[in-house]
Design a protein around this ligand. Structure first.
Ligand SMILES: [Zn+2]
Ligand SMILES: [Zn+2]
Length: 575
């Protein structure tokens, strides 16, 4: 085996950054707050957060930025924004559009959706700094870059031509060259209508491009295609914005970005990353960041987009699952591979995480030296807080799923009692309020899985999901119809079990499972299946359910005895 295989894919980027050996390391990420921001954005943010931790551990100073690109103009709105609002604000930068929700007190559209994302960073263990791009454009350092871009328009144009032209077919080549004739790298926020762009009658976007630049006066002239206003404005007015292919390298040059991940749309040949690197070097005199391309994160089998389609936000994720599970999922997967986040597979993610944790704490052996190294590298990066000295004891997810579904028959106190039994001496670490929150999360998760199941037509897939997750509900009362399905032998079996429960503890799952078998086979001589069916009918109102021994062991003894009493009482033998 070659020594060169690194323990984890992150090491490749770590090496590249280390070779540059900058005095400070700067990591950048970016997002346009054009609507609810889905959880996919956390892929690049968590990759950078991991790099931040790795270099901070090495004693390096690390700057980690998220650029909220709120100077970007609204090209379209998500469908949950009402049409009148859309028409009024189309073409304006998101920073200047008011919050679209009536009772909300936030200052802009951008702040509403941007802060929704930012508010989750703490819970995911992400430590970064937010830069609102609109504010950045009010600063001299950005305005200086605008001046450089205006004075190097021809060079920028030839760089764009060099990269983009080979990717176009003949027709589009002609169109591109025609557009380039009057192209300028800067747009102006109209002083009359606050728009950066509008849509032509053919649906194409018509940006508010600078027409001419007066170098001596440091002014630009423009003609707004939205309201037909003609204006002249200073390049220091804060109303100028770089074209996005120039905006990116300008930011790299200002902040000396060492590394920035980019989704595959920007990473392609001739894409904004390649032109950006060239512009950064040639025009802004900075070598540019190390490129780190990554694939999208999908929700199940569907793509996620901020502007349309399904939106699954980090807030939504946190309402039903654990942030460390998500960190693990992102950081274990090579960035060039798709990730399908499958909500219904969260129990399996928990199992996987549990295994990693057991290897990390030497509770289980790794399968190989390599696996051990990987776990030792990966596990600390998945933690929201510091790594604990010994394996943190937490409630098994399966137990939570169970307890969440019997809330209608047991009080919170009783459920809590059952939960802390599992935690032994560490029970102090789980307060009742925390337990209640966990239960709520689990209920949300179960409800989400139910919705996913509703959407699946394929019975086989449905069954395979249900086989892995024990979803059930306990009716408050037994339906007489269910009792009618029982015969005298079964009722006798239930009576014997009732007596057994009265005289014994019910905490041992195997003991109960065996007892049900022996009652059926030896005492009333019916197939055990009939005895199990009877119990499922009485408890769940249907003929099947989770494995009965462990299930009963988790139920409340008094409740179960009462339930059996009720069944026996309601039973009327035929004739
Ligand atoms: Zn708001
Ligand atoms: Zn205008």
């Amino acid at each position: 085996m070659s020594d060169e295989i690194s323990v984890h894919w992150l090491e490749e980027t770590v090496d590249k950054i280390s070779k540059r050996n900058p005095p400070e390391i700067t990591l950048s990420t970016g997002k346009t707050p054009s609507g609810h921001i889905h959880i996919g954005i956390l892929r690049e943010i968590l990759i950078c957060d991991a790099l931040r931790r790795i270099f901070e551990e090495k004693g390096k100073k690390v700057n980690f930025y998220l650029f909220m690109d709120d100077f970007d103009a609204a090209k379209r709105f998500p469908e949950y924004i009402n049409t009148k609002f859309q028409e009024e604000h189309m073409g304006k930068p998101f920073a200047l559009i008011p919050c679209p929700f009536e009772d909300c007190k936030c200052s802009s559209y951008a702040k509403h959706f941007g802060n929704e994302l930012i508010s989750t960073f703490d819970k995911f263990g992400i430590k970064n700094q937010i830069i609102w791009t609109f504010e950045l454009y009010q600063e001299k350092k950005m305005q200086d870059k605008i001046k450089i871009a205006l004075e190097n328009t021809n060079q920028i144009k030839s760089i764009l031509k060099k990269y983009i032209l080979p990717t176009l077919n003949e027709d589009r080549k002609k169109e591109f060259l025609k557009l380039q004739k009057f192209w300028m790298p800067v747009m102006v926020l109209c002083e009359n209508c606050d728009k950066l762009q509008t849509r032509g009658s053919d649906g194409s976007i018509r940006p508010n491009r600078v027409i001419s630049y007066n170098k001596d006066k440091e002014e630009v002239s423009y003609a707004c295609p939205a309201c037909r206003y003609n204006g002249i404005t200073s390049i220091y007015s804060g109303r100028l914005k770089l074209n996005w292919r120039v905006d990116w390298p300008a930011k790299w040059a200002i902040f000396n970005t060492t590394c920035e991940p980019a989704g595959k749309d920007h990473s392609v040949k001739g894409g904004a990353y390649d032109t950006g690197l060239d512009i950064c070097k040639e025009v802004f005199n900075y070598e540019g960041p190390i490129k780190l391309p990554y694939e999208w994160l999908r929700l199940g089998d569907q793509d996620m987009k901020t502007s349309k389609g399904i939106v699954f936000t980090p807030i939504k994720y946190l309402s039903l699952a654990d942030p460390e599970i998500y960190r693990m999922l992102i950081l274990k997967t090579n960035p060039m591979k798709h990730i399908s986040l499958r909500i219904e597979e969260i129990p399996q993610y928990h199992d996987y995480y549990d295994n990693i944790e057991n290897i990390f704490y030497n509770i289980n052996n790794a399968e190989s030296e390599q696996e051990l190294e990987l776990v030792q590298y990966l596990y600390p990066l998945t933690k929201v807080n510091q790594v604990a000295k010994s394996k943190p004891k937490r409630l098994p997810f399966k137990l939570l799923i169970f307890l969440a579904q019997i809330q209608n028959i047991l009080s919170l106190d009783k459920l809590y009692e059952k939960a802390i039994q599992v935690l032994d001496d560490e029970k102090k670490n789980l307060r009742k309020e925390e337990f209640e929150t966990l239960l709520k999360k689990t209920v949300n998760w179960i409800n989400e899985v139910k919705l996913i199941l509703e959407d699946i037509d394929d019975i086989k897939i449905k069954k395979s999901i249900l086989n892995k997750i024990e979803i059930f509900s306990i009716p408050e009362e037994i339906d007489n119809h269910q009792i009618d399905k029982l015969d005298e032998a079964q009722i006798k079996g239930l009576s014997i079990l009732r007596q057994f429960l009265l005289e014994n503890e019910i905490k041992d799952a195997d003991l109960i499972q065996n007892k049900i078998f022996t009652i059926a086979k030896e005492e009333i001589k019916i197939p055990p299946r009939k005895m199990f069916e009877a119990l499922y009918l009485v408890i769940l109102g249907k003929k099947s359910g989770p494995r009965l021994g462990p299930f009963i062991a988790l139920l409340d003894k008094n409740w179960l005895i009462k339930r059996l009493d009720e069944a026996i009482d309601k039973f009327r033998p035929n004739d």
